[in-house]
Design a protein around this ligand. Structure first.
Ligand SMILES: NC(=O)c1ccc[n+]([C@@H]2O[C@H](COP(=O)([O-])OP(=O)(O)OC[C@H]3O[C@@H](n4cnc5c(N)ncnc54)[C@H](OP(=O)(O)O)[C@@H]3O)[C@@H](O)[C@H]2O)c1
Length: 415
């Protein structure tokens, strides 16, 4: 193993991930932490005050620093820091999925132009080495699909709904108390966090750079007990699944949607705050990675792995990005489960077919087929109208849905 003795690192951020990295470095390497840049001068810290700076330039302009770790929670400032480091030809590792996914073309270009290195394994599924696997192992083999549970907070909530029958609000509160969800959970439960991660996966797995507006995205915030009970009656679980897959026309479908997952899928068994990613490769076949997608030490460990790799000369090669661009699929249809208390919106959508299979005073449950581009246009309006939508496999029939929902409706209406 390469000895990192004598190398000097500047760290930005001393929150959950920054402290995790600091612990890991104390235990495992001889890297010298020059200083840690933070924002709040009043905050109580676990290290002496002389270990901190509040001025990013004190680190960025220090010629004696060999590399940086960017672990702050402010994406704009993070981009500023990473850009300046790359323009100086330095090594920098980051955990910021939003910042990297929204600026990837420029970040790739800056590395080419100035010779610096940016690694960001920790930004996608914390401790699971997915980007390095895609880059180093599948850089040349054609992948057919990469899909997974990429957000621990929403998976924790969905697991509690399914396994313990908690309400959404109670499960969210529990996740917040245990530190698995932020005070403002929108990014997690709304599917935005998973959207940033799947866009990075799409870049490394398929060479695609989908804009957020091209990604079909819906969250779990409107899920109700009757959706969970319906899934259970069908023998399934609802999970927030992010996926990027090639269709038969070789076009790429990228989405983040609540999905009915059946026991045949590895994702069915990913519980609580865990993440899981499955790969389907043309020659290697199927693979599955599961692990802790967040948390101080698991994420700190991923940052450390990037630091060690970068110091040993490792860079992402973006092999697939450099080849012919993959086109995104818009015309493919998908089968959707929908529950809404405001069905007036539904006729505005261009359904290929739509069947109502459960109606009572509170809500209507429907199953339909719709083209991706038509759904994309209306997803925000559906979410704004409190509708819960989930992809359901095409093999689930209306008869099965009716059979599964009748006892539930009887229970709700108190027969
Ligand atoms: N938490 C996880 O498990 C996890 C997993 C994977 C990726 N990530 C990503 O890792 C990054 C850090 O997350 P976190 O959970 O560690 O956040 P956090 O606990 O909220 O800590 C954020 C840190 O960033 C510092 N900071 C914020 N704005 C700053 C600015 N403008 N200049 C300097 N420092 C600034 C804060 O300074 P103060 O201490 O002064 O407030 C704090 O130390 C985020 O991009 C997040 O998406 C987190």
């Amino acid at each position: 193993m390469k000895n990192n003795s004598g190398k000097r690192i500047g760290i930005f951020g001393f929150g959950c991930v920054g402290q995790g990295l600091h612990d890991v470095l104390q235990d495992n390497t001889h890297l010298e932490v020059v200083k840690i840049c933070v924002r709040d001068k009043e905050k109580l810290r676990t290290l002496p005050s002389n270990r901190f700076t509040y001025d990013p330039q004190e680190l960025l302009q220090d010629e004696t620093i060999d590399l940086f770790a960017e672990l702050i929670s402010d994406p704009e400032e993070a981009f500023f820091i990473v850009r300046q480091a790359l323009k100086a030809g330095k090594i920098i590792v980051s955990a910021n999925k939003k910042m990297v996914s929204e600026n990837l073309p420029e970040l790739v270009e800056l590395q080419k132009q100035y010779g610096g290195t940016l690694l960001y394994e920790a930004a996608v599924c914390g401790s699971i080495p997915i980007l390095r696997t895609l880059e180093a192992y599948y850089g040349n083999e054609q992948l057919q699909e990469v899909s997974g549970i990429l957000n621990g907070s929403s998976n924790y909530i969905l697991t509690k709904l399914d396994a313990e029958g908690l309400s959404y609000d109670d499960a969210l509160q529990q996740a917040q108390e245990l530190g698995f969800a932020e005070a403002d959970p929108t990014l997690d439960v709304g599917g935005y966090d998973a959207m940033h991660k799947i866009s990075l996966i799409a870049a490394h797995a398929f060479g695609a750079l989908p804009a957020p507006s091209d990604i079909l995205r819906a969250g779990i915030q409107h899920i109700a007990k009757r959706d969970v009970s319906l899934a259970q009656a069908l023998g399934a679980r609802i999970r927030l699944v992010a996926s990027a897959k090639l269709d038969i026309k070789h076009k790429l479908l990228v989405q983040v949607l609540p999905t009915f997952v059946f026991p045949e899928s590895e994702l069915y068994y990913v519980e609580a705050e865990f993440n899981g990613v499955q790969l389907k490769a043309k020659y290697a076949g199927d693979q599955f990675l599961k692990g802790r997608g967040a948390g101080s030490h698991p994420t700190g460990s991923a940052v450390w792995a990037d630091i060690s790799a970068a110091l040993a000369g490792y860079k992402y090669t973006y092999q697939k990005l450099d080849r012919a661009a993959v086109q995104l699929e818009e015309d493919a249809a998908l089968k959707l489960y929908l529950r809404t208390s405001k069905p007036t919106l539904l006729p505005e959508l261009a359904w290929l077919e739509l069947t109502s299979f459960g109606v009572d005073a509170q809500a209507e449950q429907l199953v339909g087929t719709i083209k991706r581009k038509d759904l994309l246009q209306h997803l925000q309006a559906l979410e704004a109208a409190d509708a819960f939508v989930a992809e359901i496999p095409t093999y689930v029939t209306v008869e099965e849905l009716v059979k599964a929902s009748v006892p539930l409706l009887e229970e709700i209406s108190g027969y």
